[in-house]
Design a protein around this ligand. Structure first.
Ligand code: COS
Length: 393
């Protein structure tokens, strides 16, 4: 049984602990959902996960309730991702993308745009976040895709790549250059229904841990003015605000993977004999387990610090979110690598839980801002705070 003592930390309220208990029971009864050769493919499995998560009410925290809009609760998002990731990486993905894809609508959408949230929160519609492009992944301000105002419509032309839920989404949140100013100040955000003429799934992308991913092509896709989320030229800030909110949750997913790897490693160390005694009796093994536990607790502190700060009303948690994502994902990779080592040959056997964690964790150090980008963000935030006289001397 994984360590859940963190739930007594002061970051949480009773409603978070109750949520964690109920979700744990639901996961034990419903996950993992099998997919792969000879059974349902990853698209079908993902659709099924969105449906059952929606039926269980678990997707409600991913977006604001249009009837009663309240702030997103980042601690609930993080607890949910951590718990789902510990049980099933694809379930975590299905949950996470419902939030990322609708984040801009939750935070900046009009009441009409928010009508979509009724469906995404019930698992009846799937959403996606379309920011990265073939030529500009990390350098968002340099994007090529355009949205030209022609007559009384926006005409979108260009490509978006590495789009999670690409091919199965019902709505895409798309960022494109509207040209109010050069660089970051000339980008706007749009709500694009998947059936918009001119939007095409140009290629499906396969990765080491299968998830629905695609390259999208926009060939003069026409949208009414009401499709814009926020104001013209506000798209970069919208994208960054959404990422600030959801980056701690990527750290939380990494934490879930790492906790599972640690739990599996303890079971292995207790259950397997080596040199006439349990593996656990070897001090080197104890050293590995202690280092793994330290990384897990330190990651949890950073993740839940960021989530708590946002929920307390911080206007921006850019630094905290970047630290949480960077540390939790990088250290989870190390924790899982140690787990593979402790499992010996079984650790690299196809289908073994630590083998699948080893594949699942890698993308988290890349998506929603690669580890290298998080370091840039942290250094800039600290420099900005120094200049403002908030830290150091
Ligand atoms: N929240 C609100 N506003 C923000 C912000 C944030 N987190 N980060 C930047 N801004 C604002 C800045 O204040 C600045 O505003 P002004 O023009 O009014 O001064 C503007 O946005 C431009 O900011 P900056 O100069 O920092 O832009 P850069 O082009 O240098 O941004 C990074 C660089 C690397 C930080 C950015 O491109 C980034 O986060 N890249 C990673 C993208 C990513 O995560 N991709 C994955 C897609 S999802 S899988």
């Amino acid at each position: 049984m994984p360590d859940r003592s963190f739930l007594s930390w002061p970051f949480f309220e009773d409603r978070h602990r109750e949520h964690a208990e109920r979700l744990e029971a639901w996961c034990a009864a419903n996950l993992p959902v099998a997919h792969g050769e000879g059974i349902e493919d990853v698209d079908a499995a993902c659709r099924r996960l969105v449906k059952i998560l929606g039926e269980g009410g678990w997707l409600k925290p991913t977006a604001v309730d249009p009837e009663n809009p309240q702030k997103l609760d980042v601690r609930t998002l993080c607890i949910t991702r951590e718990t789902l990731a510990r049980h099933d990486g694809l379930a975590d993905f299905a949950f996470a993308m419902q939030g990322l894809g609708t984040g801009a609508i939750s935070l900046f959408g009009t009441p009409e745009q928010r009508e979509w949230l009724e469906r995404t929160r019930r698992g009846e519609a799937i959403s996606a976040f379309a920011l990265s492009e073939p030529r500009s992944g990390s350098d968002v301000a340099n994007m090529d895709m355009t949205a030209a105002w022609v007559g009384d419509e926006y005409v979108l032309s260009g490509e978006k790549t590495w789009i999670s839920n690409g091919g199965i989404a019902d709505i895409y949140c798309v960022f494109a250059r509207t040209g109010e100013a050069p660089g970051a100040r000339g980008i706007s955000a749009f709500l694009v229904p998947a059936d918009t003429p001119g939007l095409r799934i140009a290629e499906r992308l396969e990765t080491i841990a299968p998830h629905p991913l695609a390259l999208l092509s926009f060939e003069e896709a026409r949208l009414p003015a009401t499709a814009m989320i926020g104001r013209p030229g506000e798209g970069f800030r919208i994208a960054m605000t959404v990422l600030d909110t959801f980056r701690p949750t990527v750290g939380a997913a990494a934490l879930g993977f790492a906790r599972r790897a640690l739990d599996e490693s303890f079971s292995r160390a207790q259950g397997r004999d080596l040199f006439g005694a349990p593996l656990f009796d070897l001090q080197m093994v104890q050293g590995h387990l202690a280092d793994m536990a330290l990384d897990v607790d330190a990651a949890a502190l950073l993740v839940y610090r960021a989530a708590w700060a946002k929920d307390q009303g911080a206007a921006r948690i850019t630094r905290e979110a970047a630290m949480a994502k960077l540390f939790a994902t990088d250290r989870a990779q190390e924790v899982i690598d140690r787990a593979v080592q402790l499992h010996g040959g079984d650790g690299v056997r196809k289908g073994h839980v630590v083998e699948s964690l080893y594949r699942e964790i890698r993308a988290l150090r890349i998506y929603e801002g690669a580890s290298d980008v998080q370091k840039v963000v942290i250094a800039r935030q600290l420099m900005g705070a120094r200049d403002a006289g908030a830290v150091g001397s």
